[in-house]
Design a protein around this ligand. Structure first.
Ligand code: 5GP
Ligand code: ZN
Length: 139
């Protein structure tokens, strides 16, 4: 499987960096975002290193979409947000900051005014863990 030793998400896949892991299968993992735009913000990624949508093999796009759907259903059940955006950035102009393909599962609240580029503010680890435990229990 292709991996990039300098890539933070490849390190998460390899277990070299910890994460709150919601799901794992042969092709994908899902875990909590460390700088959540909103409570319950999670990421679905392929295990193999592909920088963006343009380089991602279509069967892996399908696998990541399946994982994101599974996570979104659990987030909806566990946290009952008013909505969920699936967001995915490709390239600097789209404000992609990690160049290993990922699909954001981003819970929304009515009136939260969250922008498409919501900015990265360090999350409260205890709060991320509490949301992780609720979503994991709903998976
Ligand atoms: P992008 O800006 O590329 O669309 O999204 C990258 C996402 O990865 C950001 O939301 C950021 O918070 C998240 N992220 C970056 N580094 C880490 C990390 O080490 N662990 C986790 N769990 N998320 C990360
Ligand atoms: Zn990678």
């Amino acid at each position: 499987m292709s991996a990039d030793p300098t890539c933070i998400f490849c390190k998460i896949v390899a277990g070299a960096i910890p994460c709150f892991k919601l799901h794992e299968d042969d092709e994908t993992i899902a875990f909590m975002d460390i700088n959540p735009g909103n409570d319950g913000h999670a990421l679905a990624i392929p295990k193999a290193h592909h920088p963006d949508l343009f380089s991602l093999p279509p069967p892996l796009a399908a696998a990541v979409a399946r994982t994101a759907q599974r996570v979104a259903i659990a987030v909806q059940k566990a946290l009952k947000p008013d909505g969920i955006n699936l967001v995915q950035a490709n390239g600097k102009g789209a404000e992609q900051s990690v160049f290993h393909f990922h699909l954001h599962v981003l819970p929304r609240r009515v009136g939260d005014q969250l922008k498409l580029n919501w900015g990265h503010r360090a999350g409260d680890m205890a709060r991320i863990k509490a949301n992780f435990e609720k979503i994991k229990a709903a998976m």
